[in-house]
Write a protein that binds this ligand. Structure first.
Ligand code: NAD
Length: 438
């Protein structure tokens, strides 16, 4: 089966590579010629563990191709995936569907025989019907169906998530489209991964509801963490005690600096807008957005308090700026709130991140990039842990504290404990939802 994948970002590239690994012939299209050139040289434009190897394997096997020629990619394809971005539209919080609709028009012009046009991008309810209308209008002779196939992969674990999904959701209108989609995902059917077939709107809603639910879970535990700080409870024990309840589950119960990334912030905002548009405000989701925003600002306050309210002239070493470990993605990362706020207050910022620099250099002007946590902490007044990269999980805290000009740490991922920090010679330590010392 030939498949075309329009958009080679985090989702399109991983999906295209994995579908080729299923044995399909996959042509990935992007409208950025530089990206396509890189891919054709065997270079991966993003950091995602395992992706370079799997890509090379399937290119060598002659079933994975990259091009900026959309018409050539679509010719003879049974399924054409749209995996372009749906960022927040400036000003109103809606998902910006410009890229999806542009792709739909380009696909319409290039369709030759019957194909299923599959939206993998996260899109509001009704978008798949809109894609259908757009294609039919642009090319009244086109023979096609649409399908909604939202993606649930997590950056940093994307290949495993795609290859071993909790479920695949496919929204369709007609059996013919369902049959093509069954063929696309046949290797997963054969290995008994749940494939849920629904109507278009339910598939679209599942994605937003799932992301809003997870964002709510994170925000809930962050709010409980704030209350722990006031009352002397320890959020680590609380999370563990809650998570052991099978009805709750342990995942997404880690307190931290608030959710970020390319999905939760924009998808919660989009869901809130969808609710408002239908005269049914999504009150829980709207509150989650507000609480998460406040939480991020509170994190800045924690760091300022750690330095007695004065950060002007102080040197602060920030460990981790990507929105989570194992990705280079900086979209809506907590660092984008915290770092500029500290610089604005007059601090000198040193930043360490194993893969964040390429993206981060433009986004965080005025910081000093350093390769190594120990060098960054040397003569600094505070160390702030913002992303829990493995590299930062087992630091020699004694060595860090010894060479700091004032040994203070804000551990916003709760990697260490007050006891660890005290033993290592830190003078002050704050974390999220647990005992501090100063
Ligand atoms: P991205 O911004 O990383 O990639 C989008 C790519 O599409 C870019 O390379 C861009 O050049 C290309 N593109 C845009 N218009 C095009 C066109 N007309 N023709 C060819 N290429 C075009 O985006 P992403 O993070 O991969 O997200 C894509 C979609 O998947 C979004 O809707 C997102 O919400 C959803 N999603 C993302 C994740 C994630 O973890 N990143 C997870 C699940 C779902």
């Amino acid at each position: 089966m030939k498949i075309a994948m329009v958009g080679t970002g985090y989702v399109g590239l991983v999906s295209g590579v994995c579908l080729s690994d299923f044995g399909h012939e996959v042509v990935c299209v992007d409208r950025e010629p530089d990206k396509v050139a890189m891919l054709n040289q065997g270079e991966v434009p993003i950091y995602e563990p395992g992706l370079a190897e799997l890509m090379a394997k399937n290119v060598a096997a002659g079933r994975l191709f990259f091009t900026d020629d959309l018409a050539g990619a679509i010719d003879g394809a049974a399924a054409v995936f749209i995996a372009v971005g749906t960022p927040t539209r400036r000003g109103d919080g809606h998902a910006d569907l410009r890229y999806v609709m542009d792709a739909a028009k380009e696909i319409a012009a290039a369709l030759t025989g019957y194909a299923v046009v599959v939206t993998k991008s996260t899109v509001p309810l009704g978008t798949n019907r809109q894609v259908k209308q757009t294609i039919a209008k642009a090319n009244p002779n086109a023979e096609f169906d649409v399908a909604s196939n939202p993606e649930f992969l997590r950056e940093g674990a994307a290949i495993d998530d795609f290859m071993r999904p909790d479920r695949v959701v496919v929204g369709v209108q007609h059996d013919r489209a369902a049959e093509v989609m069954a063929e696309v995902y046949r290797p997963l059917y054969l290995r008994d991964f749940p494939i849920l077939t629904t109507d278009l709107e339910s598939a679209e809603m599942i994605k937003y509801a799932a992301n809003a639910f997870l964002a709510t879970k994170i925000t809930f535990i962050n709010e409980i963490a704030a209350l722990c700080e006031r009352t002397g409870a320890d959020i680590k024990h609380v999370s563990q005690g809650m998570g052991l309840d099978g009805r709750i589950g342990a995942k997404f119960l880690h307190a931290g600096p608030g959710f970020g990334g390319s999905c939760f912030p924009k998808d919660t905002k989009a869901l809130a807008r969808i609710g408002q548009d239908h005269g049914l405000p999504m009150q829980i989701t709207e509150t989650v957005i507000k609480v998460n925003d406040e939480l991020r600002r509170r994190m800045v306050g924690k760091i300022v308090d750690l330095l007695d309210g004065v950060v002007a002239g102080k040197t602060i070493a920030v460990l981790g700026v990507t929105f989570k470990p194992n990705t280079d993605d900086m979209r809506e990362a907590p660092a984008l709130t915290v770092v500029p706020a500290l610089i604005g207050a007059g601090a000198k910022l040193r930043v360490v991140d194993p893969h964040g620099r390429r993206e981060g250099e433009d986004l965080l002007p005025g910081v000093h990039w350093i390769e190594d946590a120990y060098k960054a902490a040397r003569n600094a007044d505070a160390v702030v842990i913002l992303t829990e990269w493995n590299e930062f999980r087992a630091l020699d805290l004694k060595r860090i504290a010894k060479h700091m000009s004032f040994a203070a740490m804000a551990d916003l991922r709760n990697i260490y404990s007050a006891q660890d920090a005290k033993r290592a010679g830190f003078k002050r330590y704050v974390s999220v939802g647990r005992a501090d010392f100063s």
